[in-house]
Design a binder for this molecule. Structure first.
Ligand SMILES: [Zn+2]
Length: 271
C-alpha cells in the first residue's frame, strides 16, 4: 500500500515536472498558465491531465487536433513514479524521504533541460540543493548535508578555476605566436571556461545527498556512463561533441544512492 501511494504521488509530481521542463526554458509561468496543447493551443480538460493514463487513453495524440504528444511526457511521469517507489521501498515514507525524492526529481528535470537545450536553470539547481540539504533525519544531518554541499561546490569551483586557467593560458601562448608586437598589448584574450557554473551546483547537490566518499564514486561512475556516448560522438562536429553532462551525474547519483551499502562495504573492505 505504501509503495502504491508513493507511485501515485511520484507520477502526480512527475506530471507537474513535465510542465516545469517545458516552460522554464521558455520563460513561461509554471503555475499561472492553464495547461494547453502546444499545437492547437486549446486548453486541456482535467481528464487530459491524468499522469500516464491520459497519454495511453488518447494514444499519444491531442484530442482536438490529433497532433502527436511526445512519449517523453508519460516517460517522465513513469520515471518520477519509479524514483518515489524505489526510495519508499528503501526507507519507507517520511518527510526526509520526500525531500530526497524531490531533490532527485529536480535532478531529473535538470537532466532533461540540459539534454534538450544544453542549459542548466539556476532556479531548479537551487531547489535541488535545498531539498537535498533538508533530506536528513536530524538537525545534525542537515548540517552535515550542508557541509558536504559546500565542500563539493568549493572543490568544483577550484577545479574549474584551475582548468580554465590552463586552457586560457595555452590559448594565449598559441595566440602570441601569430600576433605582431604591435597588436600584442591591445588585444583582449578570450577567457575559456572549463565547465558550466550549473555543474558546480549539481556537484553540491550530490555532496549533500551522498556524502564525501559516495560522491567521489558517483562522479567516477558518471564519467564511465558518459564514455560510450563521447566515443560514439568523437567524429562529429565540435558543437555536437559538447555532451550535456548533468544527465550522467544525475543517473550516477541515483544508482550510487540506491546501492550505497554494498559500495561503502566494498570501499571499507579494500582500503
Ligand atoms: Zn492540439
Amino acid at each position: 500500500m505504501e509503495l502504491f501511494i508513493a507511485f501515485i504521488l511520484g507520477i502526480t509530481i512527475g506530471s507537474f515536472l513535465n510542465v516545469v521542463i517545458l516552460r522554464i526554458p521558455r520563460d513561461e509561468s509554471v503555475v499561472f498558465d492553464a495547461s494547453h496543447c502546444y499545437s492547437c493551443s486549446k486548453p486541456l480538460k482535467p481528464w487530459h491531465n491524468i499522469p500516464i493514463f491520459s497519454w495511453l487513453f488518447l494514444r499519444g495524440k491531442c484530442s482536438y487536433c490529433h497532433s502527436k504528444i511526445s512519449p517523453m511526457y508519460p516517460a517522465i511521469e513513469l520515471l518520477s513514479g519509479l524514483v518515489f517507489v524505489v526510495l519508499a521501498n528503501k526507507f519507507g515514507i517520511s518527510f526526509p524521504v520526500l525531500m530526497i525524492a524531490m531533490s532527485f526529481l529536480m535532478l531529473l528535470a535538470l537532466s532533461m533541460i540540459d539534454f534538450k537545450y544544453k542549459m542548466v536553470p539556476d532556479s531548479l539547481n537551487l531547489l535541488a540543493i535545498l531539498f537535498a540539504v533538508f533530506g536528513a533525519w536530524s538537525l545534525n544531518g542537515v548540517i552535515l548535508n550542508l557541509q558536504n554541499a559546500l565542500l563539493f561546490a568549493g572543490g568544483f569551483t577550484l577545479l574549474r578555476f584551475s582548468l580554465s586557467y590552463m586552457l586560457t593560458s595555452s590559448a594565449r601562448r598559441r595566440a602570441k605566436k601569430t600576433m605582431t608586437s604591435w597588436t600584442k598589448n591591445y588585444h583582449a584574450y578570450p577567457f575559456i571556461e572549463a565547465m558550466g557554473e550549473g555543474d558546480i551546483m549539481v556537484a553540491a547537490t550530490m555532496g549533500a545527498l551522498l556524502g564525501v566518499k559516495l560522491t567521489l564514486v558517483a562522479i567516477f561512475l558518471s564519467a564511465l556512463l558518459a564514455l560510450p556516448v563521447m566515443l560514439a560522438l568523437r567524429n562529429r562536429s565540435a558543437e555536437e561533441q559538447r555532451v550535456p553532462f548533468v544527465p550522467f551525474l544525475a543517473m550516477a547519483t541515483f544508482i550510487v544512492y540506491i546501492f550505497d551499502s554494498p559500495i561503502l562495504a566494498y570501499i571499507e573492505a579494500n582500503y
